[in-house]
Design a protein around this ligand. Structure first.
Ligand code: FAD
Length: 467
């Protein structure tokens, strides 16, 4: 009966909140569970960081543009939503690093910057001869005894030296975390490297071993997206949910614990009563919603990184000439450019661009250097075009552009992060039973990580409600 119906409130309508709602609803249907779900989203649009724009035959991603196939839950979500026919895989092609104002191919056989083959490393001009010899020391150096978390930077600097870290590993990895490598937690981001060292001692040997077990054949792309953009996930989920589930323009101000349940205070409108709550907002918002709870402080607290994506569209391939064949490039901090990465989107994702046209996407903004993102569109465009001119020949102004500013958008997993997340959950468990956390601030920022956390929250809530 309605009397026994449990009300579950999900706060935040990004991919975490949406996939939580979807899998909760799916379980409820399959197991005839007496639950009702409300999802509260502050803005007039749902999707959070997922923002696709379809324009004149272009598919433009202003936030995330794809996800790793290897982390299965995003592909699985497409299957569970019945939209797997829309999955598209990226084209493979050479990726580059900007070094001394020229593009250098990423040495063949490097996996996240760790060499697995010798000759491409010996011939690359990305590192000095001394830097190469220092990297080879990895083959001889003993294990580090890591009884506690360390930074990704210090781990790799110890094994491979500064040259390889600053010119290859940093630009490759900070593309994913947008963070400062020397503060980034190894345990929270790439625990597999610590495990490799423990098992094989040398990273180069470990990577060689794992590579040789890969199947032979033509390399295939590691990323997937959806034909009409990632926003198709958002639309498909909304369609599956009962029509009164998602409430837009619903800013949650506070979550208050009462004897039996929770009161959710909104900026506008009547409070809601909830039997369980799942919070998927950025972390600073969580602390605002729980003013009287003294949450454990995050380690070396660094605000989430501010970045912007800059998209340029050209009508004709002859207007932009690149002497390099490939999918794009990343830029180390040492280069002093505004752009930190560039994707030749029309090459990496041909379905996004009408034939013969060009779509480019750049990132700007680094940790501790967000000022550029606050500049005007025209100033940003000028900086981007100046950097572009180093490696491409631009004959005409782009026919359109999009600049999307992402303020404090990429959570920073600093050293000690994993321990903090555990403490936070233990603390909430004893002070606010029935309130659960999921999303990018905690157990991974990638879309598949967010979906995994949503599924985990579903299990936790159902267990809490004895369902
Ligand atoms: P969000 O998307 O931030 O959603 C949180 C929601 O909570 C928002 O909609 C917000 O409005 C709402 N909210 C906030 N406060 C309140 C409140 N008080 N009341 C109600 N609602 C509130 N990942 C990949 O896997 N691949 C990529 O290619 C990739 N590229 C990226 C590019 C950029 C520019 C960025 C910023 C991120 C990228 N990521 C990528 C990471 C990934 O997109 C995000 O980690 C993920 O989308 C976050 O989802 P979320 O639901 O946890 O949070």
């Amino acid at each position: 009966s309605m009397e026994n119906t449990q009300h579950i409130v999900i706060i935040g309508g990004g991919i975490t909140g949406l996939s939580t709602a979807f899998y909760l609803f799916k379980s409820a249907e399959e197991q005839q569970l007496p639950i009702r779900i409300t999802l509260l989203e502050a803005k007039s649009r749902i999707g959070g960081k997922i923002r696709t724009e379809l324009f004149q035959g272009f598919v433009m991603e202003k936030g995330p543009d794809s996800f790793l196939e290897r982390k299965i839950s995003a592909k699985q979500l497409a299957i569970d939503l019945g939209i797997e026919d829309q999955l598209v895989r990226n084209q493979t092609g050479q990726a580059y690093i900007l070094h001394q104002s020229r593009l250098h191919p990423i040495p063949e056989g490097s996996v996240m910057g760790v060499p697995t083959r010798l000759s491409p490393f010996i011939s690359t001009r990305l590192f000095s001869p001394v830097g190469k010899m220092r990297a080879a020391l990895d083959l001889l150096l003993p294990r580090q005894t890591l009884d506690k978390d360390v930074s990704v930077g210090s781990f790799f600097r110890h094994r491979l030296g500064n040259d390889v870290v600053d010119h290859l590993i940093e630009p490759l990895l900070s593309g994913i975390y947008g963070g400062n490598l020397d503060q980034l937690s190894l345990k929270a981001t790439f625990p597999q490297f610590a495990q490799m060292e423990e098992k094989y001692r040398s990273l180069i040997l470990a990577m060689k071993k794992s590579r040789s077990t890969n199947l032979p054949g033509k390399p295939k792309g590691q990323f997937l997206t959806l034909k009409n953009g990632l926003y198709a996930f958002v639309e498909a989920i909304e369609k599956k949910l009962p029509s009164n589930t998602i409430h837009r323009n619903s800013v949650v101000k506070a979550i208050e614990k009462t004897d039996k349940n929770y009161q959710i205070q909104l900026e506008n409108g009547k409070p809601l009563t909830a039997d369980a709550v799942i919070v998927t907002t950025p972390y600073p918002t969580l602390t605002q919603m729980l003013p009287s709870i003294d949450l454990p402080k995050p380690p070396n607290h660094t605000p989430a990184t501010t970045v912007a994506t800059v998209i340029l569209g050209f009508d004709d391939q002859t207007e932009v000439e690149t002497p390099y064949e490939g999918t794009g490039f990343v830029v180390p901090r040492t280069e002093n450019t505004t752009i930190t990465a560039c994707t030749w989107t029309h090459k990496k994702w041909p379905h996004t661009t009408p034939d013969g046209k060009v779509l480019l996407r750049f990132y700007i903004g680094r940790p501790g250097n967000a000022a550029i993102v606050a500049e005007s569109d025209s100033s940003i465009l000028e900086h981007v075009q100046k950097d572009m001119a180093k490696v491409m020949n631009i004959r005409k102004q782009p026919s359109f552009y999009r600049i999307t500013r992402w303020r404090e958008a990429n959570p920073q997993y600093t050293v000690g992060h994993t321990e903090w997340v555990k403490q936070l959950e233990v603390h909430l468990n004893s002070n606010l039973p029935g309130l659960f956390l999921a999303g990018a601030p905690y157990r991974g920022v990638g879309i598949p990580d967010c979906i995994d956390q949503g599924k985990r929250a579903v299990q936790e809530v159902l267990q809490f409600l004895n369902l």
